[in-house]
Design a protein around this ligand. Structure first.
Ligand SMILES: NC(=O)c1ccc[n+]([C@@H]2O[C@H](COP(=O)([O-])OP(=O)(O)OC[C@H]3O[C@@H](n4cnc5c(N)ncnc54)[C@H](O)[C@@H]3O)[C@@H](O)[C@H]2O)c1
Length: 390
């Protein structure tokens, strides 16, 4: 396969990690990079022969690229993606796809319009967690009906620990203006994407959260949310960036048993008969279905998860094969994050799809009324992201 000529916009933590990945892959050829800051623009991948641009417009018009990877702060994902798609340039976008639903909808509309002109145009999202074998197995078990009707999903995802230094060294981070939210917009897009991939988007969202409870930031660093689904299933989503060691445990209760993910292992506590049958038909008050726990065997992890997303993107461009995550699907995780924040600020459950214009207006109000003074700490150049992906 002829490698796809790709450029990267944004050469910070994530962009510089993509530079290393792309140069190691045979399916993409990194030909150009772009950053508004001269320092990373000159120094990231300094040993590589790359066209270097300060303005994304110039990179898009250069003829050097067929595709771009967008790794800028989140608000810029929207204008850059729309600009590229309109020129028939394939887009792979970092998470979250946008800050709020209205922005993501604009991107989807631009993609639909561009596809009419460029039918093979690809628009993917960097949801690399979808490549994990345990998440894929859970998806397969739900979709194949092995769990039966689902009654509850509880995700405790509190191992996104971040220090004050982390927030202080990125000027855009953890502000309404620069990031549009906290843990829900930065760390949790992966988990919220998986949640909606497994269970669909719920009907209502109720959020209880704290703004800057443990960090000197103006956005949320502790969240508890309750989701109610149309089919009756209830979901709980608990997260924070201020718990160590923290937990990553997803428990799914269904008619045929309970599936638990923790520490990269899956256990299925399987009921011998449907618990709904037992509930409705047993002639004893305290009976319950017999059940037995088994560890669910998983295929070996293939590693290099970002690379898998990028290589699927390249194959989709050349061969029309499926993406790991189509960017329009990113609207689900953004809707969940927006819904939780809106529920907190309105003090009420939010029905999805939410009022996207009202949410955008609420966010504008938070930006306008912000009196928060961000600490300005020097440093914070590209750092090792392994601690982030863990
Ligand atoms: N998929 C993942 O696992 C993962 C991990 C970390 C970050 N991310 C995402 O990657 C994106 C970037 O995060 P980061 O931690 O690398 O941020 P960062 O602050 O380290 O880097 C952002 C870079 O973008 C540049 N930039 C800003 N606006 C620009 C513009 N309009 N045009 C060109 N360059 C511009 C900045 O100068 C900076 O060098 C975010 O959306 C984040 O959510 C994804």
């Amino acid at each position: 396969m002829e490698p796809v000529r790709i450029g990267i916009v944004g050469l910070g933590n994530m962009g510089s990690s993509h530079v290393r990945d792309f140069t190691a892959s045979e399916l993409v050829e990194l030909t150009a990079v772009c950053d508004t800051d001269a320092e990373p623009l000159a120094n990231v991948g300094a040993d590589l022969e790359l066209a270097r641009f300060e303005k994304v417009d110039e990179m898009l018009a250069s003829g050097k690229i067929e595709a771009i990877m967008i790794a800028t702060p989140h608000y810029d994902h929207t204008p850059i993606a729309i600009n590229a798609l309109g020129r028939g340039i394939h887009v792979l976008c970092e998470k979250p796809v946008g800050v709020h639903v209205q922005d993501v909808q604009k991107m989807i509309d631009a993609y639909e319009a561009a596809r009419a002109k460029y039918p093979g145009l690809q628009f993917g999202a960097m949801f690399q967690q979808r490549t994990h074998t345990f998440w894929q197995k859970i998806k397969e078990m739900i979709d194949s009906g092995q769990l039966g009707k689902l009654v509850r999903a509880t995700w405790i995802i509190t191992n996104w620990f971040r220090t004050q230094y982390y927030y202080d060294t990125g000027s855009w981070r953890a502000t309404w203006k620069g990031e549009g939210g906290g843990v829900l917009l930065n760390q949790c897009p992966h988990n919220l994407d998986l949640y909606q991939w497994f269970f669909g988007v719920p009907q209502t969202v109720t959020g209880i959260l704290e703004l800057g409870k443990y960090h000197d930031i103006e956005v949320e660093d502790e969240v508890t949310a309750v989701f109610r689904h149309e089919n009756g299933m209830v979901g709980h989503f608990i997260t924070t960036t201020a718990e160590a060691p923290g937990t990553n445990r997803l428990e799914i209760a269904g008619e045929h048993g309970k599936l638990v993910y923790e520490n990269d292992k899956l256990f299925f506590d399987r009921n011998e008969i449907s618990m709904f049958d037992e509930l409705a038909n047993s002639k004893q008050g305290f009976s319950r279905p017999n059940h037995a726990i088994e560890e669910v065997p998983l295929p070996e992890e293939r590693g290099g998860r970002h690379v898998q997303v990028t290589e699927a993107f390249a194959r989709a461009i050349r061969e029309g094969s499926p993406l790991v995550a189509a960017a329009p699907e990113g609207i689900g995780s953004v809707a969940l994050a927006n819904g939780i924040l809106m529920s907190h600020f309105t003090g009420k459950p939010v029905t999805l799809p939410l009022d996207a214009a009202a949410y955008a207006q609420m966010l504008q109000g938070l930006i306008k009324n912000s009196t928060f003074k961000k600490r300005d700490v020097a440093g914070g150049g590209p750092s090792d992201l392994k601690g982030s992906f863990a």
